[in-house]
Design a protein around this ligand. Structure first.
Ligand code: AHR
Length: 320
């Protein structure tokens, strides 16, 4: 009888443990700012996903495009002894010491979207997001196919390309340039006549494109590291009396709604998708971590490519 009672008590303990509410975790999220439609969608996705799970409290910090604000935010998360840090690095360098501090404090760091430089990667647990090099390659490959399909590239006549780079030193700017340059190397008649940062914003994209056009209107292609800059550049092209999407072929990255509208209007030619909807994946990773599971070193996002052949059909279902 006594044995049965003990067994029942043990079983009850196991059942209680199995159904116990998950431990409440406080998570610090250091975001870079709000420079684009993409970024806004990304912030909302992360905030809403954590809000939906009441076993988490998210502390949000907006760095307003300043790496020093991110370092301050990470230090305040460490001082508050958060359970985990979710971090998007504005630029790749400069975060080594603060990541060391987080490691010493035993606080795991999960990167989303933008990574830190290779030599600091041992200080964070994982990175989830897009393959920016592949995005640059996809943009270049799309361009090669398009020029061929339209009979615009005989392999001899020079094709002048201008590039609007993202924020200097950021992972997407470095990698998207690298990926596109790889494809350029296989087309000796493609010439990068001008390349400058537009800081991922529409206003700077417009300003820089104005300067490009003022210097030389002989431009066949604009490659923009994000759609936001491409949309600003479209304004500059129109104001210069040229037809965007026709006189100048425009290739962007992100696949935000504005780019779809421009593609449907015939003013932009292609956008390589880069999904900002990383919230559900981020919450799942933090949950797994809390449950003691080992996270993969890299969690990739699967993404498509859009142009005049599929933009109109996809537009009504776009979420960002
Ligand atoms: O890091 C992702 C990039 O940052 C997006 O392409 C861009 O729109 C954003 O600002």
């Amino acid at each position: 009888m006594k044995k049965v009672a003990v067994l029942m008590a043990v079983l009850a303990l196991f059942a209680a443990a199995a159904f116990a509410a998950p431990k409440h975790w406080v998570v610090g999220f250091s975001q870079i700012g709000s420079e684009s439609e993409w970024r806004t969608a990304n912030t909302i996705s992360v905030q809403n996903s954590f809000l939906e799970d009441t076993s988490f409290t998210l502390i949000y910090s907006d760095a307003q495009q300043k790496p020093e604000n991110q370092i301050k935010a990470l230090r305040s998360f460490i001082a508050r002894k958060v359970d985990c840090i979710v971090f998007t690095a504005l630029v790749e360098t400069g975060y080594g010491p603060v990541l060391e501090e987080a490691k010493r404090a035993g606080i795991p760091v999960i990167m989303i979207d933008r990574d830190v430089q290779a030599s600091d990667r041992h200080l964070r647990l994982t990175i989830m997001g897009s393959d920016f090099v592949k995005e640059g390659e996809k943009a270049g490959t799309w361009l090669a196919d398009y020029l061929k399909k339209k009979g615009l590239d005989d392999g001899k006549k020079q094709i002048n390309i201008v590039e609007l780079q993202g924020t200097t030193g950021s992972a997407p700017a470095i990698d998207r340039k690298t990926g596109f340059a790889t494809v350029m190397k296989t087309h000796p008649n493609w010439v990068l006549t001008r390349s400058q940062t537009g800081n991922f914003t529409s206003s700077e994209g417009k300003q820089v494109m104005e300067a490009f056009l003022k210097a030389d209107k002989n431009i066949q292609v604009l490659y923009a590291h994000n759609d936001q800059m491409a949309l600003g550049a479209i304004q500059a092209i129109k104001e210069a009396g040229l037809k965007p999407g026709k006189d100048i072929i425009i290739v962007g990255v992100d696949a935000v709604k504005g780019a779809f509208e421009a593609m449907v209007a015939g003013e932009m030619n292609c956008s390589v998708e880069c999904s900002p909807l990383l919230g559900p994946q981020a919450v799942q990773a933090v949950r797994d971590l809390r449950d003691g599971k080992k996270l993969p070193a890299r969690i990739w996002t699967i993404e498509g490519i859009f142009d005049e052949t599929n933009a109109a059909a996809a537009l009504p279902t776009r979420q960002y």
